[in-house]
Design a protein around this ligand. Structure first.
Ligand code: MN
Length: 490
């Protein structure tokens, strides 16, 4: 991969934008990473350019691509945050720092991992990132890491593969980035479950080939049918189901292939919403639909924002075939999710106000994520509106900080929380007996506010008891309630 390829790819989306910041990041990285190599023998620059290229595919702006190129600088070179700030300004420094910061959150033991824990980590990563571009760079970084995973020792392969399946692919899904989610899952699948992967590959090969040939024959016919009814078409193509999502569907149905009708589907892209419904009408007029398989995700989008019409019909020669009908914008959104939302918003803004800068609105991005998360969580988790509101309050109406236990577990606390809050959050016994605190190896007093990213170690003494003064500086209800409970009891 060369810098020119990255810039050409970027220019396909933003033909008139200034690309000098990308070039500047490239020159800087080249100098500081010098001839560093990755485990697969490729130069470090290859990884950085690949990451930036993926960000270009997501139609992100020049600033984000530059941050993508610089994302490993703090970890692998002696360069400091201050130097990045001087060289590239606050925004890029913030992105690079956040990326280095979220690396501390690690998925550790596969067996001790449950869905609740995974959900917690996903939430933490999203809110920790503050700016959604941090997550997007992380996803691009991870995608390229998986592409070169063969070079790592088996133990690391497994850890990264499971972490991807449990944490990063679901985040990509939640943000509606279907394309990256599918790629992440399929790459991780082969390392996480190699035996199952090979088995599926064997079973699927012929079916995919047959399906593709069938679709290739169907498309010209379909074009004629639609043209006759006066429907204009942007594009028609076949799409194959990703392996991992197929595997999960099969596991769900006891490996029974009979219910799988969407192995290869036909995707029809039309100019506007009216044409979507008109196309659906034409297809149903011509071929009988299967009951219960007509889905209107335009009227009722999926929680992650996905929109399309789906239908499955008895098509040519009785072959059961799934159709997915959508506009070009819906297609873009289905592939690039939140990044596409951003892109469309930038375009709108530009045409209205003739903004020359493509600097994205951080606030806008946060709002989109927030809305999408809320939609999702609202559907999935909350029994009552009160529950939902409480959780919203906890997660978003307060500013949060994230600190670490010496083992690397993340503890999420409100701003200005102290060691007492931390201790009670870990365990009430630890809270009751906490006598002092070490932060990043240095002793601090119990009432000093903790800061984002600190590693906190509580010093415990058996004869230590809770102190009423703690109520004055503890910030969490949990700590206050435990201290009061202790006094009531004693
Ligand atoms: Mn990296």
């Amino acid at each position: 991969m060369t810098l020119e390829q990255v810039i050409d790819n970027f220019k396909e989306t933003y033909p008139f934008d200034d690309t000098s910041i990308i070039k500047q990041a490239y020159d800087f990285a080249l100098e500081v990473h010098k001839d560093q190599k990755r485990l697969n023998g490729e130069p470090m620059m290859e990884h950085l350019l690949q990451t930036a290229y993926i960000l270009g595919d997501l139609k992100l702006d020049a600033t984000t691509l530059a941050a993508g190129i610089l994302h490993d600088v703090l970890e692998y070179t002696p360069i400091t945050l201050k130097q990045i700030k001087n060289e590239f300004g606050e925004e890029i420094a913030f992105l690079v720092e956040s990326l280095t910061f979220i690396k501390k959150v690690k998925y550790r033991d596969k067996d001790k991992f449950n869905e609740r824990e995974a959900e917690k980590i996903r939430k933490i990563l999203i809110s920790m990132a503050q700016d959604i571009r941090v997550i997007l760079i992380k996803l691009a970084d991870r995608l390229h890491n998986l592409k070169t995973l063969y070079a790592l020792p088996e133990k690391n392969q497994k850890r990264l593969a499971f972490e991807t399946l449990e944490i990063y692919a679901p985040i990509a899904d939640r943000l509606g980035i279907g394309e990256i989610k599918g790629q992440l899952e399929d790459l991780a699948f082969s390392y996480a479950y190699p035996k199952e992967y090979q088995e599926l590959l064997g079973q699927v090969k012929n079916r995919y080939t047959k399906g593709k040939i069938y679709i290739q024959r169907l498309i010209p016919h379909l074009k004629k049918v639609l043209a006759k009814e006066g429907i204009s078409i942007v594009e028609i193509h076949g799409r194959s189901k990703h392996y991992y999502s197929l595997y999960r569907k099969l596991v769900h149905s006891d490996m029974d292939w009979h219910g799988i009708f969407d192995l290869v589907a036909v995707r029809i892209i039309v100019p506007d919403i009216e044409s979507c419904y008109a196309t659906l009408g034409v297809i149903h007029k011509r071929w009988k639909p299967l009951m219960g398989r007509i889905k209107d995700y335009i009227a009722v989008p999926k929680p992650n924002g996905y929109r399309s019409l789906h239908t499955t019909v008895f098509c040519q020669g009785g072959q059961i075939t799934e159709f997915q009908i959508r506009t070009a914008q819906m297609h873009e959104e289905a592939e690039n999710g939140i990044a596409a939302n951003w892109y469309y918003n930038e375009i709108k803004k530009k045409s209205k106000t003739k903004l020359t800068s493509t600097c994205p609105s951080q606030k806008l991005m946060q709002e989109i994520v927030l809305v999408k998360q809320l939609q999702e969580w609202q559907k999935q988790r909350f029994a009552s509106p009160q529950d939902f509101f409480n959780s919203l309050k906890i997660d978003y109406l307060q500013k949060r900080i994230f600190v670490f236990t010496p083992k690397g577990d993340v503890i999420n606390l409100p701003e200005n929380a102290t060691s007492v809050d931390f201790a009670y959050n870990v365990h009430s016994d630890i809270g009751d007996h906490c006598a002092g605190t070490k932060v990043d190896g240095r002793l601090i007093s119990l009432n000093s506010p903790l800061k984002n990213g600190q590693v906190v170690e509580i010093i415990i003494q058996k004869n230590q008891k809770p102190n009423k003064d703690w109520l004055k500086f503890s910030k969490t209800n949990r700590a206050k309630a435990r201290i009061r409970a202790w006094y009531n009891k004693n």
